[in-house]
Design a binder for this molecule. Sequence first.
Ligand SMILES: O=C(O)CCC(=O)C(=O)O
Ligand SMILES: [Fe+2]
Length: 393
Amino acid sequence: MYDSDRVSDNSERTAFRRAEKKYKLYYNDSKPSKRQKQPRPVDLSEVVDFKLVLESFHQNGETPPGIFKLQCDFNRPVFCFEDRPGFYFIPGALSIEEQCHWIRESLTSFPQPPNRTNHNEIYGPIHDLFFSAQKQKVLVAGENLDRDTDSGVHKVDACKWKFSEIPIEMSRGDSCTSIAGSNLLRKLRWSTLGLQFDWSKVDDPLGVTLLILNANIFIVKSVGKKSPPNISSHSIFQRNYNISLPHNKIPETLCELSTRMAAPAMPMGKEFQPEAAIVNYFGLGDMLGGHLDDMEADWTKPIVSMSLGCKAIFLLGGKSREDLPVAMFLRSGDIVLMAGEARECFHGVPRIFTDKENAEVTPLSLQLSHQDDLCFMEYIRTSRININIRQVF
Ligand SMILES: O=C(O)CCC(=O)C(=O)O
Ligand SMILES: [Fe+2]
C-alpha cells in the first residue's frame, strides 16, 4: 500500500508542481475561435538539451558543469548528472530504422490481447485497434451482436465489444453502443507487455480523466484549460503486478535491446532481465504527472525508457516533491535509465511538442514515407510513445 503524496488543489504547492505548470501546455486567453487558440510561450532556457551536450562532447570532449560522460565500454556516450546518481541519458541511442520499427510495434502488436490497455476496463480485450481505426471501423457493443436466436432477446454483455464494418455515419447518435475506432486510437493511453499490472481508473470531478497505475502514475488528458486535477481523494491504492493475469513474454527483440541498453546502469556482472513493460501514448496536451516507479522488487536494476515520436520535456526531481526538478528534452531515439537512487526520485513528462517546429519528427517522416507507413507517420507526427521496460523480481 502506498500513499501517493497528496496533491492539493493548490497547484503551486510543491517545486515539482511548479515546474510542471511552467512547462505544461496552456493556451492564451484571447480565443476568438477554438481553431485559432495559441499555445502560451514557454521559457525553455533552463531545459537541458543532451543533443547539444553530445555535439559539444564530440567537438571538444567537454561537458557542461554538473554533467559528465560515464566511463564505460558502451558503444555510445552515456551522460549523467553529478547530483543525480543512478540516472543515465543516452542521446540518440536508437537508429531511425529502430525507432520506426518500435513505433509500428507499439501501435499494432503491443496493444493486442492478452496485453492490456486503458480500454480494457470499459470494452474488454480489443483486437486490431490500429488497423481497424485506419479502416474506419466502429467498435460495437456485444449486446448488438449477441442476439439470442431462440428467444430473439438481446443478451446484454457489455464485455463483448467487436469491430464492425458499419460506416461511422450509421452509428452516429448511437453513442452508447458504438464508438469509432479512430476515437479509441486517439484515446489509447497505455498498453502493458509481459507481466501485467493492476490498474485503477478514476474520473476526476472536473471531467479530467486520470488513469492511475499503482497509486501514483497518472496520465492526465487535459480538457481545455481546466486546472490540474486534485487527486487527494484517491490517494491510497493497492499496487501490484498481478502475475495471475494472462500474459505473453516480452518480445525477444525488445528483451535483447533493453538488456543491451541497460548495461551501463547494471550492477557489476549482472544482466538485466526484462519482465514487464509499459507503453505510454501521448497526444496533444497529454502529460504524465510526477510519480515514482517503486513496485519492482530490486531498485538496483534500471528502468529502461525509450522515447519515440514528438519531442517532450522530462522532469527529474528528487526524493521529495519539494526538491527542484531538472528539466531536459527527450527526443525520438533517446534512452533514459533510472536505477538505484534515481528510482526514488519523482519524475514526469509535463509537455510534448506536437507543432512542426518543435516536434522534430522530420527524420521519421523521411523514413516512414512508403505508402504502407503513412498511417504510422500520420499518428506519430502529433504523438509521442514511450516504452519503459522493467525487471520485476
Ligand atoms: O514517458 C516517459 O518518458 C516516462 C514514462 C514513465 O516515467 C513511466 O511510465 O513510468
Ligand atoms: Fe516513471
